[in-house]
Design a binder for this molecule. Structure first.
Ligand code: HEC
Length: 271
């Protein structure tokens, strides 16, 4: 893998451009994309071009703020261990350029390079923190909450997805992945390596050809178990930040509403 020169600049909202933040960014060599503080510099013959260039740069960076998925796409077949791609500024085609605030809730406005597509939808990838804690919840505790027929009268039904453990062949509770298709963090990591970036492991040792394709490559683990284990341990141990504002009345009111409106019927607080 080649290492690219990392150019750091901040594309944060001008709302974050207070004096303290600017000092921090400056001290860490990060350029802030917002307007400079203070009265605008007087335009002279000498600085006209420089000021113009700085302004154009600020505007460009502001517009490119918070690039979203862009055209990362599926594109599985070209990927191998030494060719893992990530989204870069020059491969991104969509970004959030502003938002509207209504009733305290922000809704984003998207921009596209070129013609905006007729239809599009945004995605937020699931967080990768606290996975080890979730895995530590006993399967029996999850089974005890299952209510397939909605018979407990709270208006909510829920079924456990049972999956086959690819390492042991046992039937297990599925709990990781968009559709709870994997029973453990390790198997989720292995499946992600295989289907998202085309890297085979001992657990998923066949190429991810898709339903319509066959003969799309040799089989066999490419990543040694040792690395799958360390990667899984790393993901498992990414921590959850401590809860803030524990005694803030507004936060406590939110917690009460969360419980009283039934959110906690699915989002079990003790988990
Ligand atoms: C019927 C069960 C159920 C109820 C009731 C419920 N949720 Fe959820 N919620 C889910 C599930 C399942 C997910 C995960 C969806 C996914 O990942 O695709 C989720 C996801 C979320 C997420 C996203 C979490 C993340 O990490 O991205 C938030 C935030 C959330 N719920 C808040 C609430 C709030 C607030 C309420 C009450 C108004 C509520 N939920 C009521 C089942 C429920």
């Amino acid at each position: 893998m080649s290492v690219h020169h990392l150019q750091i600049h901040s594309k944060n909202s001008p709302a974050y451009g207070c004096r303290d933040n600017r000092h921090y960014l400056k001290a860490h060599g990060i350029r802030f994309a917002g307007k400079p503080l203070g009265r605008p510099k007087k335009v002279t013959e000498e600085n006209r071009e420089t000021l113009k260039r700085l302004k154009a740069q600020r505007q460009e960076e502001y517009l490119q703020r918070i690039p979203i998925e862009g055209k990362f796409g599926q594109g599985k077949d070209g990927y191998r261990l030494n060719y893992i791609r990530a989204k870069r500024a020059d491969t991104s085609v969509a970004w959030i350029n502003s938002w509207n605030i209504n009733n305290g809730l922000r809704s984003p406005n998207y921009s596209f390079t070129g013609t905006p597509p007729a239809r599009f939808s945004a995605r937020i990838a699931p967080q990768l923190v606290g996975m080890g804690l979730l895995e530590a919840i006993d399967e029996a505790d999850i089974e005890a909450l299952e209510d397939p027929g909605g018979s407990d009268g709270d208006g909510i039904s829920g079924r456990i997805r049972l999956v086959t453990d690819a390492e042991t062949g046992q039937t297990r509770v599925g709990r990781f992945g968009w559709k709870a298709s994997q029973p453990s963090v390790k198997q989720q990591v292995s499946a992600a390596l295989n289907t998202d970036i085309g890297v085979m492991t001992s657990i998923h040792d066949m190429p991810d050809c898709g339903a319509q394709q066959s003969g799309c490559g040799a089989s066999g683990a490419e990543l040694a178990d040792q690395y799958l284990d360390t990667l899984s341990a790393y993901i498992s141990l990414l921590g959850v930040s401590a809860r803030r504002d524990l005694s803030d009345p507004v936060a406590l009111q939110g917690e009460a509403v969360f419980n009283s409106t039934g959110c906690a019927a699915c989002h079990i607080p003790t988990f």
